[in-house]
Design a protein around this ligand. Sequence first.
Ligand code: GLN
Length: 270
Amino acid sequence: MTLGEALTAARQKIDRLDARLLLQYATGCTHTDLLARPEMEVFGPAHAQFAEWVDRRAAGEPLAYLVGEAEFRGRVFMVSPDVLIPRPETEVLIELALARLPGKARPRLIDLGTGSGIVAVSLALECPQAEVSAVDLSKGAISVARNNAGRLGANVEFREGSWFAPLAGEKFDLIVSNPPYVAAGDPHLALDGLPFEPQMALTDGADGLDCIRAIVAGAAAHLNPGGWLLFEHGYDQGEASRNLLAAAGFQSPFTHPDLAGLDRVSGAQL
Ligand code: GLN
């Protein structure tokens, strides 16, 4: 079978772009190869890999899990079903964090529920003077995140545990988190490949605000004076997030939209 034939066959089953990307991953060909030499033969093992991926993709498995990587902020991160696939809306969290990293020589920063490590690794690379730590409850996630930090050359220290549990007595200048915030039973959890993602990274199993409550409640005890808490949340959780921040004694809580104009990140200063 040729490249062109393989692509045509796959397009009957899955999205055109996914078909092309999977064929590139399976064969090692570039987009230019596919355009310039569609008559090139696809060898047996590459074709078998491609055919398997196309069927799994057609059954809903996200492309990132098939090929084992995904891009975030221009960097390639390894992903596995132990971690959520990076979402572009999380860039807002990075931008807001970078803008608030204190003028300290060596600000301390903690990423709660780091998953694949995209937040901690991006911040460590883009603010090299920061001392970055990251926490996750999942051993599998920590192993993926540690691998990503190593491959991308980011200096991040990892701790295993639930939210602030592994941080007793420690204080930071910035706390960031992209916690699970989808409510249990949200129909969204059944769509777009989400059933293949770790449910513990998507939903708190309750109203969607449980983890945010835990993070907001614990944050003040772990922030230096003037320190910031910033976290990602659902499009309809801005007001509830600001109320939780105010009730925990934070001043002037704010909410920032994502690129789609939806409420996405809330935060406040101690
Ligand atoms: N933004 C993700 C989604 O709706 C959820 C991410 C999360 O729970 N942290 O698919």
